[in-house]
Design a binder for this molecule. Structure first.
Ligand code: GYE
Length: 325
Protein backbone atom coordinates (compact mmCIF):
# COMPACT_ATOMS: atom_id res chain seq x y z
CA UNK A 1 0.00 0.00 0.00
CA UNK A 2 1.04 3.55 -0.60
CA UNK A 3 1.94 5.83 2.23
CA UNK A 4 0.97 9.43 1.72
CA UNK A 5 3.08 12.09 3.35
CA UNK A 6 1.25 15.27 4.07
CA UNK A 7 3.13 18.27 5.29
CA UNK A 8 1.19 21.05 6.99
CA UNK A 9 2.16 24.19 8.79
CA UNK A 10 0.23 24.47 12.02
CA UNK A 11 0.36 27.74 14.01
CA UNK A 12 3.87 28.54 12.92
CA UNK A 13 5.18 25.06 13.59
CA UNK A 14 5.83 22.52 10.90
CA UNK A 15 3.87 19.41 11.61
CA UNK A 16 4.52 16.39 9.49
CA UNK A 17 2.05 13.58 9.59
CA UNK A 18 2.11 10.33 7.76
CA UNK A 19 -1.22 8.97 6.62
CA UNK A 20 -1.39 5.37 5.67
CA UNK A 21 -3.84 4.51 2.92
CA UNK A 22 -4.43 1.17 4.63
CA UNK A 23 -5.27 2.65 8.01
CA UNK A 24 -9.04 3.05 7.74
CA UNK A 25 -11.14 -0.08 7.92
CA UNK A 26 -13.50 1.01 5.17
CA UNK A 27 -10.91 2.47 2.83
CA UNK A 28 -11.77 0.67 -0.42
CA UNK A 29 -8.21 0.99 -1.73
CA UNK A 30 -6.75 -0.91 1.19
CA UNK A 31 -5.29 -4.32 0.61
CA UNK A 32 -5.42 -6.91 3.38
CA UNK A 33 -2.12 -7.72 5.02
CA UNK A 34 -0.06 -5.40 2.90
CA UNK A 35 -1.57 -6.50 -0.42
CA UNK A 36 -0.79 -4.36 -3.45
CA UNK A 37 -3.95 -2.64 -4.73
CA UNK A 38 -4.27 -2.45 -8.52
CA UNK A 39 -6.89 -0.24 -10.16
CA UNK A 40 -7.67 -1.60 -13.61
CA UNK A 41 -9.86 0.16 -16.17
CA UNK A 42 -10.99 -2.22 -18.92
CA UNK A 43 -12.31 -1.10 -22.33
CA UNK A 44 -15.54 -3.09 -22.10
CA UNK A 45 -16.79 -6.48 -23.24
CA UNK A 46 -16.92 -5.93 -27.00
CA UNK A 47 -15.32 -9.18 -28.12
CA UNK A 48 -14.29 -12.73 -27.25
CA UNK A 49 -10.75 -11.39 -26.93
CA UNK A 50 -11.84 -8.86 -24.32
CA UNK A 51 -13.78 -11.41 -22.28
CA UNK A 52 -10.75 -13.72 -22.21
CA UNK A 53 -8.50 -10.78 -21.29
CA UNK A 54 -10.72 -9.74 -18.37
CA UNK A 55 -10.93 -13.30 -17.04
CA UNK A 56 -7.16 -13.73 -17.24
CA UNK A 57 -6.45 -10.46 -15.46
CA UNK A 58 -8.89 -11.32 -12.66
CA UNK A 59 -7.47 -14.83 -12.25
CA UNK A 60 -3.84 -13.75 -12.34
CA UNK A 61 -4.40 -10.91 -9.86
CA UNK A 62 -5.90 -13.42 -7.43
CA UNK A 63 -3.05 -15.87 -8.05
CA UNK A 64 -0.47 -13.14 -7.43
CA UNK A 65 -2.18 -11.99 -4.22
CA UNK A 66 -2.92 -8.58 -5.72
CA UNK A 67 -6.16 -6.82 -4.76
CA UNK A 68 -7.89 -5.85 -8.01
CA UNK A 69 -10.25 -2.89 -8.31
CA UNK A 70 -11.84 -3.68 -11.68
CA UNK A 71 -13.82 -1.14 -13.66
CA UNK A 72 -15.58 -1.74 -17.00
CA UNK A 73 -15.77 1.41 -19.18
CA UNK A 74 -18.36 0.02 -21.59
CA UNK A 75 -16.38 1.32 -24.55
CA UNK A 76 -16.38 4.95 -23.39
CA UNK A 77 -13.26 7.02 -22.83
CA UNK A 78 -15.04 9.33 -20.37
CA UNK A 79 -15.83 6.32 -18.18
CA UNK A 80 -12.18 5.35 -18.21
CA UNK A 81 -11.11 8.85 -17.20
CA UNK A 82 -13.67 8.82 -14.36
CA UNK A 83 -12.43 5.40 -13.22
CA UNK A 84 -8.79 6.51 -13.25
CA UNK A 85 -9.65 9.64 -11.26
CA UNK A 86 -11.48 7.52 -8.72
CA UNK A 87 -8.46 5.19 -8.43
CA UNK A 88 -6.33 8.28 -7.73
CA UNK A 89 -8.76 9.51 -5.06
CA UNK A 90 -8.83 6.08 -3.46
CA UNK A 91 -5.04 6.02 -3.42
CA UNK A 92 -4.52 2.67 -5.15
CA UNK A 93 -0.90 1.52 -5.45
CA UNK A 94 -0.76 1.00 -9.21
CA UNK A 95 -3.11 1.88 -12.08
CA UNK A 96 -3.33 -0.17 -15.26
CA UNK A 97 -5.68 0.41 -18.16
CA UNK A 98 -6.40 -0.55 -21.73
CA UNK A 99 -7.12 2.77 -23.45
CA UNK A 100 -10.17 2.61 -25.72
CA UNK A 101 -8.63 5.22 -28.07
CA UNK A 102 -5.07 6.53 -28.35
CA UNK A 103 -5.62 10.27 -27.80
CA UNK A 104 -6.80 12.50 -24.96
CA UNK A 105 -5.01 10.96 -21.96
CA UNK A 106 -2.38 13.55 -21.01
CA UNK A 107 -4.37 15.39 -18.32
CA UNK A 108 -5.50 12.35 -16.35
CA UNK A 109 -2.12 10.63 -16.70
CA UNK A 110 -0.49 13.76 -15.31
CA UNK A 111 -2.87 13.65 -12.34
CA UNK A 112 -1.79 10.06 -11.62
CA UNK A 113 1.86 11.01 -11.94
CA UNK A 114 1.44 13.99 -9.60
CA UNK A 115 -0.24 11.69 -7.08
CA UNK A 116 2.79 9.39 -7.29
CA UNK A 117 0.81 6.43 -8.67
CA UNK A 118 2.61 4.44 -11.38
CA UNK A 119 0.59 3.68 -14.51
CA UNK A 120 0.92 0.64 -16.79
CA UNK A 121 -0.61 0.66 -20.27
CA UNK A 122 -2.10 -2.74 -20.98
CA UNK A 123 -2.94 -4.06 -24.45
CA UNK A 124 -3.37 -0.67 -26.18
CA UNK A 125 -1.12 2.37 -26.52
CA UNK A 126 -1.70 6.11 -26.06
CA UNK A 127 -0.29 8.85 -28.30
CA UNK A 128 1.06 11.02 -25.45
CA UNK A 129 4.45 12.41 -26.38
CA UNK A 130 5.46 12.61 -22.72
CA UNK A 131 6.42 8.99 -22.09
CA UNK A 132 7.17 9.70 -18.42
CA UNK A 133 3.39 9.66 -17.88
CA UNK A 134 3.45 5.85 -17.75
CA UNK A 135 6.00 3.23 -16.71
CA UNK A 136 5.56 0.68 -19.46
CA UNK A 137 3.31 -0.58 -22.24
CA UNK A 138 2.48 -4.30 -22.24
CA UNK A 139 0.83 -5.69 -25.35
CA UNK A 140 1.04 -6.90 -28.92
CA UNK A 141 2.66 -5.37 -31.97
CA UNK A 142 -0.49 -4.52 -33.96
CA UNK A 143 1.39 -3.23 -37.01
CA UNK A 144 3.13 -6.59 -37.24
CA UNK A 145 -0.25 -8.35 -36.99
CA UNK A 146 -1.62 -6.31 -39.90
CA UNK A 147 1.52 -6.98 -41.88
CA UNK A 148 1.26 -10.73 -41.33
CA UNK A 149 -2.35 -10.65 -42.52
CA UNK A 150 -1.28 -8.75 -45.66
CA UNK A 151 1.76 -10.96 -46.30
CA UNK A 152 -0.46 -14.04 -46.32
CA UNK A 153 -2.76 -12.44 -48.89
CA UNK A 154 0.14 -11.38 -51.11
CA UNK A 155 1.36 -15.00 -51.19
CA UNK A 156 -2.15 -16.38 -51.66
CA UNK A 157 -2.78 -14.09 -54.64
CA UNK A 158 0.70 -14.35 -56.13
CA UNK A 159 -0.66 -15.77 -59.39
CA UNK A 160 -3.63 -13.39 -59.67
CA UNK A 161 -3.75 -11.68 -63.06
CA UNK A 162 -6.73 -9.41 -62.42
CA UNK A 163 -7.84 -7.17 -59.57
CA UNK A 164 -8.28 -8.62 -56.07
CA UNK A 165 -10.94 -6.55 -54.31
CA UNK A 166 -10.56 -6.36 -50.55
CA UNK A 167 -13.08 -4.95 -48.08
CA UNK A 168 -11.79 -4.05 -44.64
CA UNK A 169 -13.67 -4.10 -41.35
CA UNK A 170 -11.80 -1.75 -39.06
CA UNK A 171 -11.79 -1.94 -35.28
CA UNK A 172 -12.95 0.89 -33.03
CA UNK A 173 -12.15 4.22 -34.69
CA UNK A 174 -9.10 5.85 -33.13
CA UNK A 175 -8.01 2.74 -31.20
CA UNK A 176 -4.42 1.56 -31.45
CA UNK A 177 -5.26 -1.88 -32.91
CA UNK A 178 -7.49 -0.35 -35.62
CA UNK A 179 -4.89 2.25 -36.62
CA UNK A 180 -1.97 -0.19 -36.58
CA UNK A 181 -3.66 -3.21 -38.15
CA UNK A 182 -4.81 -1.02 -41.02
CA UNK A 183 -1.30 0.38 -41.47
CA UNK A 184 0.54 -2.95 -41.38
CA UNK A 185 -1.88 -4.56 -43.83
CA UNK A 186 -1.73 -1.63 -46.28
CA UNK A 187 2.08 -1.72 -46.22
CA UNK A 188 2.17 -5.46 -46.93
CA UNK A 189 -0.33 -5.52 -49.80
CA UNK A 190 1.55 -2.73 -51.58
CA UNK A 191 3.81 -5.59 -52.77
CA UNK A 192 1.07 -6.71 -55.17
CA UNK A 193 -0.60 -3.92 -57.16
CA UNK A 194 -3.51 -6.24 -58.06
CA UNK A 195 -4.65 -6.21 -54.43
CA UNK A 196 -6.77 -3.16 -53.65
CA UNK A 197 -8.82 -2.12 -50.63
CA UNK A 198 -12.09 -1.05 -52.23
CA UNK A 199 -14.02 -0.28 -49.01
CA UNK A 200 -12.89 0.22 -45.43
CA UNK A 201 -15.23 0.99 -42.57
CA UNK A 202 -15.48 0.41 -38.84
CA UNK A 203 -17.32 -2.51 -37.29
CA UNK A 204 -16.30 -1.38 -33.80
CA UNK A 205 -14.77 -4.79 -32.96
CA UNK A 206 -18.24 -6.31 -32.40
CA UNK A 207 -20.07 -9.17 -34.09
CA UNK A 208 -23.25 -7.11 -34.52
CA UNK A 209 -21.53 -4.19 -36.25
CA UNK A 210 -19.34 -6.55 -38.26
CA UNK A 211 -22.51 -8.05 -39.65
CA UNK A 212 -24.29 -4.78 -40.50
CA UNK A 213 -21.19 -3.16 -42.00
CA UNK A 214 -20.60 -6.27 -44.14
CA UNK A 215 -24.23 -6.14 -45.30
CA UNK A 216 -23.51 -2.62 -46.53
CA UNK A 217 -20.33 -3.77 -48.29
CA UNK A 218 -22.21 -6.59 -50.03
CA UNK A 219 -24.82 -4.16 -51.28
CA UNK A 220 -22.40 -1.51 -52.52
CA UNK A 221 -19.47 -3.54 -53.88
CA UNK A 222 -20.11 -5.92 -56.79
CA UNK A 223 -17.11 -8.23 -56.65
CA UNK A 224 -15.73 -8.75 -53.18
CA UNK A 225 -12.84 -11.23 -53.27
CA UNK A 226 -11.46 -10.82 -49.78
CA UNK A 227 -12.56 -9.60 -46.36
CA UNK A 228 -9.91 -8.41 -43.92
CA UNK A 229 -11.44 -7.97 -40.44
CA UNK A 230 -9.42 -6.44 -37.60
CA UNK A 231 -10.79 -9.09 -35.21
CA UNK A 232 -12.51 -12.47 -35.19
CA UNK A 233 -15.81 -11.16 -33.85
CA UNK A 234 -16.37 -8.78 -36.77
CA UNK A 235 -15.35 -11.58 -39.15
CA UNK A 236 -17.89 -13.90 -37.53
CA UNK A 237 -20.64 -11.28 -37.86
CA UNK A 238 -19.65 -10.77 -41.50
CA UNK A 239 -19.88 -14.52 -42.14
CA UNK A 240 -23.57 -14.35 -41.19
CA UNK A 241 -24.09 -11.50 -43.66
CA UNK A 242 -22.20 -13.36 -46.42
CA UNK A 243 -24.23 -16.54 -45.90
CA UNK A 244 -27.47 -14.55 -45.83
CA UNK A 245 -26.45 -13.07 -49.19
CA UNK A 246 -26.18 -16.64 -50.58
CA UNK A 247 -22.37 -16.69 -50.74
CA UNK A 248 -19.89 -19.13 -49.24
CA UNK A 249 -17.51 -17.57 -46.69
CA UNK A 250 -13.94 -18.83 -47.10
CA UNK A 251 -14.60 -19.83 -50.72
CA UNK A 252 -16.52 -17.10 -52.58
CA UNK A 253 -15.00 -14.52 -50.28
CA UNK A 254 -11.69 -15.26 -48.57
CA UNK A 255 -11.55 -14.08 -44.98
CA UNK A 256 -8.58 -13.00 -42.87
CA UNK A 257 -9.03 -11.99 -39.23
CA UNK A 258 -6.96 -11.22 -36.12
CA UNK A 259 -7.19 -12.64 -32.54
CA UNK A 260 -7.60 -16.46 -32.80
CA UNK A 261 -10.24 -16.82 -30.08
CA UNK A 262 -12.06 -20.17 -29.96
CA UNK A 263 -15.04 -19.15 -32.13
CA UNK A 264 -12.68 -17.71 -34.74
CA UNK A 265 -10.52 -20.83 -34.69
CA UNK A 266 -13.62 -23.02 -35.04
CA UNK A 267 -14.73 -21.07 -38.14
CA UNK A 268 -11.18 -21.34 -39.50
CA UNK A 269 -11.09 -25.11 -39.00
CA UNK A 270 -14.49 -25.36 -40.75
CA UNK A 271 -13.16 -23.49 -43.79
CA UNK A 272 -15.25 -20.32 -43.26
CA UNK A 273 -12.18 -18.23 -42.44
CA UNK A 274 -8.93 -18.67 -44.38
CA UNK A 275 -6.24 -17.25 -42.10
CA UNK A 276 -6.01 -15.84 -38.57
CA UNK A 277 -3.21 -13.80 -37.04
CA UNK A 278 -3.04 -14.49 -33.33
CA UNK A 279 -3.28 -11.73 -30.71
CA UNK A 280 -2.98 -13.11 -27.21
CA UNK A 281 -5.39 -11.80 -24.55
CA UNK A 282 -3.50 -13.65 -21.81
CA UNK A 283 -1.67 -10.63 -20.44
CA UNK A 284 -2.44 -11.30 -16.76
CA UNK A 285 0.77 -13.01 -15.64
CA UNK A 286 3.05 -10.44 -17.26
CA UNK A 287 0.88 -7.59 -15.98
CA UNK A 288 0.99 -8.77 -12.34
CA UNK A 289 4.75 -9.18 -12.59
CA UNK A 290 5.07 -5.59 -13.84
CA UNK A 291 2.68 -4.33 -11.13
CA UNK A 292 4.90 -5.85 -8.43
CA UNK A 293 8.03 -4.40 -9.99
CA UNK A 294 6.79 -0.83 -10.47
CA UNK A 295 5.30 -0.90 -6.97
CA UNK A 296 8.71 -1.88 -5.60
CA UNK A 297 10.23 1.03 -7.51
CA UNK A 298 12.18 -1.25 -9.84
CA UNK A 299 12.99 -0.13 -13.36
CA UNK A 300 11.06 -2.05 -16.01
CA UNK A 301 11.34 -2.27 -19.79
CA UNK A 302 9.29 0.56 -21.32
CA UNK A 303 7.82 -1.82 -23.91
CA UNK A 304 6.89 -5.42 -23.15
CA UNK A 305 5.73 -7.45 -26.16
CA UNK A 306 3.57 -10.55 -26.13
CA UNK A 307 4.39 -13.60 -28.20
CA UNK A 308 2.08 -14.55 -31.02
CA UNK A 309 1.72 -16.82 -34.02
CA UNK A 310 -0.50 -17.27 -37.11
CA UNK A 311 -2.94 -20.05 -38.09
CA UNK A 312 -3.94 -21.66 -41.36
CA UNK A 313 -7.04 -23.89 -41.54
CA UNK A 314 -4.96 -27.04 -40.98
CA UNK A 315 -3.09 -25.52 -38.06
CA UNK A 316 -6.40 -24.42 -36.49
CA UNK A 317 -7.68 -28.02 -36.53
CA UNK A 318 -4.59 -29.12 -34.65
CA UNK A 319 -4.59 -26.26 -32.15
CA UNK A 320 -8.31 -26.14 -31.33
CA UNK A 321 -8.52 -28.96 -28.77
CA UNK A 322 -5.95 -27.27 -26.53
CA UNK A 323 -7.11 -23.69 -27.05
CA UNK A 324 -7.64 -21.97 -23.68
CA UNK A 325 -9.82 -19.10 -24.87
O1 GYE B 1 -8.08 -7.60 -31.06
C1 GYE B 1 -10.24 -7.01 -30.25
C2 GYE B 1 -10.62 -6.28 -29.03
O2 GYE B 1 -7.13 -4.36 -28.16
C3 GYE B 1 -6.05 -6.28 -28.97
O3 GYE B 1 -9.60 -5.31 -28.88
C4 GYE B 1 -7.31 -5.67 -28.51
C5 GYE B 1 -8.44 -5.78 -29.49
C6 GYE B 1 -8.79 -7.18 -29.96
O4 GYE B 1 -11.86 -5.85 -28.97
O5 GYE B 1 -10.93 -8.21 -30.40
Amino acid sequence: MRVKMIAAAVTGLLAVSALSACGGGDDSASGDDGQIVLGFSQVGAESGWRTANTKDIQEQAAAAGIKLQFSDAQGKQENQITAIRSFITQGVDVIAFSPVVTSGWDAVLKEAKDAGIPVILTDRAVDSTDTTLYKTFLGSDFVKEGKEAGDWLVKEEASATGPVNVVELQGTTGSAPAIDRQKGFAEAIAANPNIKIVKSQTGNFTRAEGKTTMEGFLQSVKDIDVLYAHNDDMGLGAIEAIEAAGKKPGTDIKIITVDAVKDGMTALSEGKINYIVECSPLLGTQLMDLVKKVHAGETVETRVLTEETTFTQEQAKEALPNRKY
